[in-house]
Design a protein around this ligand. Structure first.
Ligand SMILES: [Zn+2]
Length: 225
């Protein structure tokens, strides 16, 4: 079962191997591993993979935001931090206080108190970063509420187009970068300004697109921003 799950992950991220490419051409085409259905004439190994997929989905459930977070364009480390953040499972100071591991709550990015909502959206530092990133992508960014944001991404930004993929990437990369900045300040006493952090996020997305297998028009689009 572990081997099958591993194969599914490789199919999901479209790993560079001949077999995975063949699977995409033969079985997926415009579909994805989470939604494709087995056909009578499919090979036994493919049917077996889809049976394991159904078991895994029944066991873990598939949330509406799975595509937003587990987008194949995203860096796995960014997806993972975002996955923890969405479920409020990152060890922010409010959670450490509840566990009796800390006594005082000071946000290291501003003068407020740290919890997930504050750290990623309400904090004036984070807000400045979001405005710069979303302004760069010409994205009308209104929401600073986790639930609204997740619904918005899950319902309106789930397509395969370059624009939508990059907006999903901007979300996970920014959340990851804010969390990393927070940890750098706490554990390494290193700080970057909101301006510097947003430049680093842009550079990360920019180099990913320019070095990846994107169409020429997509590269031109990112250069023109
Ligand atoms: Zn703050």
């Amino acid at each position: 079962m572990a081997t099958m799950l591993r194969l599914m992950w490789h199919i999901h991220v479209n790993k560079e191997s001949l077999w995975i490419k063949w699977i995409h051409n033969a079985y997926l085409r415009n579909d994805d591993i989470w939604h494709v259905q087995a056909k009578n004439w499919d090979s036994w190994i493919w049917k077996k993979i889809l049976k394991v997929r159904d078991k895994a989905v029944n066991f873990c459930g598939v949330v509406p935001w799975h595509r937003t977070i587990w987008e194949t364009t995203n860096f796995p480390s960014h997806s993972f931090i975002c996955w923890l953040a969405i479920q409020d499972r990152l060890l922010t100071i409010d959670r450490l206080i509840k566990r009796g591991l800390m006594n005082t709550n000071n946000c290291c990015l501003c003068t407020g108190s740290e919890n997930r909502n504050h750290l990623f959206f309400e904090c004036c530092y984070s807000r400045e970063v979001w405005l710069k990133i979303m302004g760069w992508l010409r994205f009308k960014w209104q929401s600073c509420n986790w639930n609204q944001l997740v619904i918005w991404y899950s319902e309106r930004l789930k397509g395969d187009g370059f624009n939508q993929r990059i907006k999903r990437m901007a979300l996970t990369t920014t959340i990851y970068s804010i969390w990393r900045e927070r940890n750098f300040r706490i554990f390494k006493q290193k700080a970057r300004s909101a301006d510097q952090l947003s430049k680093d996020i842009k550079l990360c997305i920019y180099s990913f697109v320019l070095n990846g297998s994107f169409k020429a028009e997509d590269r031109e689009l990112i250069i023109s921003l």
